[in-house]
Design a protein around this ligand. Structure first.
Ligand code: TRP
Length: 481
C-alpha cells in the first residue's frame, strides 16, 4: 500500500465535506419540506436529529475514513483486520460504493436540468414568459431523451474531469474557488429576494411554529432529510475523511459541517420563498418548485434573467461539488485494488454510472410506464434506483453507527477522537442507542412505499441480513470495551 494522500490544508476536509453536503437537498428539498410540514416545528425536529443523530454518525464516518486512510471498501477491510472484528463489517464499504454509483447515475441527470435552465435564463428565452409556457418548457425537456442525455453527459464529464485531476489539483483546487463563489451567489440571491420579493411571507412560511401541521410523516421526513443533507452512509464522507489531517478535530469539524449545511438550507429557503411569494405564486413542491415556479418568479422580476441564470449556476455548482464526492470513493477503490491510474479509474466509474443513468433518462419519457420495473416494482427504473438508495443510505449509516459504537473499543476511538470523557460518553450513547433507533424509524418509512415483488425480496434480504448481522454484532460487542 502506497502512503496515502492527505489534503494540503488542515481545513480542506471541512471544505470538501461541506461541498458534498450542500446540494440539491439544501437548495430545493429542504425548503419545500419545511414549508409543508409545519415550518418551525419541522425545523426543530430537523435540528434535533442533526444534533442527536447526524453529527454523531458524521463523526463516526469521518473517523473510520481517517483511521484507515483508504477508500471505504479497502478501509473497512483494513479496520476489521487491525481491530480484529468480523469481516462482515466490510459491507459498510460495499454499501457505500454501490450507493455512490447508483446515486451518481440519477443525480447527474437531474443536475443536468440546471444546465438547461442556466442557458435558458442567461439567453433571456424565459423573460416575460407565462406559467403555461414555462410549465410546457419543463415538460418538453423531460420528454426529450436526446436533450436529457446531452446534459447528463456534460454534467458527468465535468465531474469526472475534476476527480480525474486528483485530490489536490482537481478536488481541492476547484472547491477552493467554487465554494466561496457559491456562498456569495446565495447571498446575492437572498438580497435580491429581499429587495424584490416578500421576505416577511417567506420567513413566516418557514419559521411559524405550527405544531399541528407536523404529522408523523413530517417527523420522518425531517429525520430522513437530516441524514440525506449531510451525505451520510454512502462512503463519500469516509473517502474524504481518509485524506483528513490527523490534527483536525473530528468533533469540531462535524459541528461546523452541520452548522454551515443548515445555514445554507435556511438561507436558500428564505431566498426562494421570498421570490415565489413576491411573484404571487404558490409554494409548489417537488421538481416543480425549482424548475417551474422559480423560473416563473424570475421571469416577472427586474433583471430576473440575469439573477435567475446566476441562481442556476449556484445549483449546478452545488451539485458538482456533491457529485465529485460520489465519484471519489469508487475511483479510490479501483486505484487501490486494481492498480489503475486515477484517470482510468474515474473513466470506468463515470462510464458505468453514465450508462446506468440512461435508465433514469428514459424513465421520464420512453419508459415512463409499462416497463418491467413497473410490472415488478410498481415504479419506473428511476423510481426503483432511487428507492434502492433510500434503503442503502440508512442501512449504511446504521452499520457505521453500530461499528463505531459497539465494535470499536474505548481506546481505539479515543485515539482518533482525543476528547473529554464526558463528550466521549455522550457520543457513544448517541451512536449506540439513539442513532440506531432513529435510523430504524426512518427505515420504517420506506415500507409503505414498497410494493409488489419488492416485499418478499426485501423481506428475505432483511431476514438473512439480520441473522448475519446479529452473529457478527454479538461477537464484536463482547470485545473488551
Ligand atoms: N447531501 C447532498 C444534498 O444535500 C445529497 C447527497 C446525499 C449526497 N448523499 C450524498 C451527495 C453523497 C454526495 C454524496 O444534496
Amino acid at each position: 500500500m502506497s502512503t496515502h494522500n492527505v489534503w494540503t490544508h488542515k481545513g480542506t476536509f471541512l471544505l470538501a465535506a461541506v461541498g458534498s453536503a450542500v446540494g440539491l437537498g439544501n437548495l430545493w428539498r429542504f425548503p419545500y419540506l419545511a414549508g409543508e410540514n409545519g415550518g418551525g416545528a419541522f425545523i426543530l425536529i430537523y435540528g434535533l436529529t442533526i444534533f442527536a443523530v447526524g453529527i454523531p454518525i458524521l463523526i463516526a464516518e469521518t473517523m473510520l475514513g481517517r483511521a484507515s486512510r483508504q477508500s471505504p471498501i479497502m478501509g473497512m477491510r483494513h479496520l476489521t483486520k487491525t481491530h480484529d472484528t468480523s469481516r462482515a463489517w466490510e459491507t459498510i464499504g460495499w454499501l457505500g460504493a454501490v450507493s455512490a454509483f447508483l446515486i451518481l447515475s440519477f443525480y447527474s441527470v437531474i443536475a443536468g436540468w440546471a444546465i438547461h435552465y442556466t442557458w435558458q435564463m442567461l439567453t433571456g428565452s424565459l423573460a416575460g414568459a407565462d406559467a403555461e409556457t414555462i410549465g410546457a418548457g419543463f415538460d418538453a425537456l423531460l420528454a426529450s431523451p436526446g436533450l436529457l442525455t446531452l446534459y447528463h453527459t456534460l454534467f458527468i464529464i465535468a465531474s469526472g474531469l475534476i476527480v480525474g485531476l486528483g485530490i489536490h489539483r482537481g478536488i481541492e483546487n476547484s472547491l477552493r474557488i467554487m465554494m466561496p463563489a457559491l456562498f456569495a451567489i446565495l447571498l446575492v440571491v437572498l438580497a435580491y429576494g429581499i429587495a424584490n420579493g416578500d421576505f416577511a411571507a417567506a420567513a413566516s412560511f418557514l419559521f411559524t411554529f405550527n405544531i399541528a401541521d407536523l404529522s408523523l410523516e413530517g417527523w420522518l421526513e425531517a429525520m430522513g432529510q437530516s441524514f440525506f443533507t449531510l451525505s451520510l452512509g454512502m462512503g463519500a464522507i469516509m473517502a474524504y475523511g481518509a485524506y483528513m489531517s490527523g490534527e483536525a478535530s473530528l468533533t469540531r469539524t462535524a459541528f461546523a459541517i452541520a452548522v454551515v449545511d443548515t445555514a445554507v438550507a435556511m438561507i436558500a429557503g428564505l431566498a426562494i420563498f421570498s421570490l415565489v411569494f413576491g411573484a404571487g405564486l404558490d409554494a409548489g413542491q417537488g421538481p416543480g418548485l425549482m424548475f417551474v415556479t422559480l423560473p416563473l418568479a424570475f421571469a416577472e422580476m427586474p433583471f430576473g434573467a440575469l439573477i435567475g441564470g446566476v441562481f442556476f449556476i449556484l445549483v449546478l455548482g452545488a451539485a458538482i461539488s456533491s457529485s465529485i464526492s460520489l465519484i471519489e470513493p469508487v475511483a479510490a477503490y479501483l486505484v487501490e485494488r486494481f492498480d489503475l491510474t486515477r484517470p482510468q479509474a474515474v473513466t470506468l466509474m463515470v462510464v458505468a454510472s453514465w450508462t446506468l443513468g440512461l435508465l433514469t433518462v428514459v424513465s421520464f419519457n420512453l419508459w415512463a410506464e409499462g416497463t418491467i420495473f413497473h410490472a415488478l416494482f410498481g415504479r419506473s427504473a428511476f423510481g426503483f434506483i432511487e428507492l434502492l438508495t433510500n434503503i442503502f443510505m440508512p442501512l449504511g449509516g446504521l452499520m457505521i453507527a453500530l461499528f463505531a459504537g459497539w465494535a470499536l473499543t474505548h481506546s481505539e476511538v479515543m485515539k482518533e477522537m482525543r476528547t473529554s470523557e464526558g463528550w466521549f460518553a455522550t457520543w457513544r450513547f448517541l451512536v449506540r442507542f439513539v442513532a440506531p433507533a432513529a435510523v430504524a424509524f426512518v427505515f420504517l418509512r420506506s415500507i409503505p412505499q414498497i410494493e409488489g415483488y419488492l416485499i418478499p425480496t426485501i423481506g428475505a434480504l432483511v431476514i438473512v441480513g439480520a441473522f448475519a448481522a446479529g452473529r457478527t454484532f454479538l461477537a464484536d460487542a463482547s470485545r473488551e470495551q
